[in-house]
Design a protein around this ligand. Structure first.
Ligand code: ZN
Length: 260
């Protein structure tokens, strides 16, 4: 996600990773924990909470690193900020050409998909059966030679893996797969300010700068409304609220454009 950078605070955590300056705003921990508690369980297990925060931290960091590596590849000097409900890889000297911007936007979700693939590979390399299955397909345990599998649903398909030694590890692997694949797919929807929204804008404005912006905003509103309706059918208040807000903010931006 790309929103404005929050102002610095006393509680910011600073470090460097692969040469990129990284700043973690205190709201990052707070909101990530609040999301964990919003999961419906009134009493949150401390291990589950720790695993959740670790997964979100790692996943968003890798996503932003994906953007940052490409920004640097095109000559920029990016910095990474983790805050609120996401992250930001930004630079003042980034290459603004449409081709570079599209590749930079794609690199975030792709980094997440690669991280999920690395988790699956690591499971297989350490002797744990793991793979992908189409949603609804029965996983043949006998053919795999295992007693049971865990199968987190990743929006369009399922991953499955032989359970590990501890409940915490199983939770970690399931969440790593789910966050990196499912959030990556959602992030590619053509909705502002998701990565897919930026890609759509670059594609639409290639030939018609002004009309392209308006068309990409109209697409953003339509796609966000569809996602909010989908959230209603799944009774996910979070999905309804998030995409409802994104539809509204795209609508406001569109109004501002059309006034000028
Ligand atoms: Zn991104």
């Amino acid at each position: 996600m790309l929103l404005g950078e929050p102002p610095p605070t006393q509680a910011d955590l600073h470090f460097r990773l692969f040469g990129f300056p990284v700043r973690v705003h205190p709201f990052f921990w707070l909101i990530t924990l609040m999301l964990a508690m919003g999961g419906g369980s009134e009493k949150l297990d401390p291990v589950d909470a720790f695993v959740w925060v670790a997964v979100v931290f790692l996943s968003i960091l890798v996503h932003e690193l994906g953007h940052a590596f490409l920004q640097r590849r095109f000559g920029g000097h990016p910095r990474i900020t983790l805050y609120g409900m996401g992250g930001l890889a930004s630079c003042n000297d980034c290459d603004r050409s449409p081709r570079s911007q599209i590749m930079i936007s794609l690199a975030g979700p792709v980094a997440g998909f690669l991280l999920a693939a690395a988790v699956m590979l690591l499971l297989n390399l350490t002797g744990h059966r793991a793979g992908f299955a189409l949603t609804g397909d029965r996983i043949d345990l006998a053919a795999l030679g295992v007693d049971s599998v865990l199968a987190p649903r990743l929006l369009l398909f399922n991953a499955y893996f032989e359970p590990l030694a501890s409940a915490g590890m199983n939770q970690f692997v399931s969440l790593m797969l789910w966050v990196n694949v499912a959030w990556g797919i959602v992030n590619l929807l053509p909705i502002y300010p998701l990565d897919g929204g930026h890609i759509a804008r670059e594609l639409f404005t290639l030939h018609h700068p002004r009309r392209g912006i308006i068309q990409s905003l109209q697409l953003s509103i339509g796609a966000a409304i569809l996602m909010a309706v989908y959230g209603l059918t799944r009774q996910s208040m979070f999905t309804v609220l998030m995409f409802g807000l994104l539809a509204y903010s795209s609508y406001q931006t569109l109004q501002a454009y059309q006034r000028h």
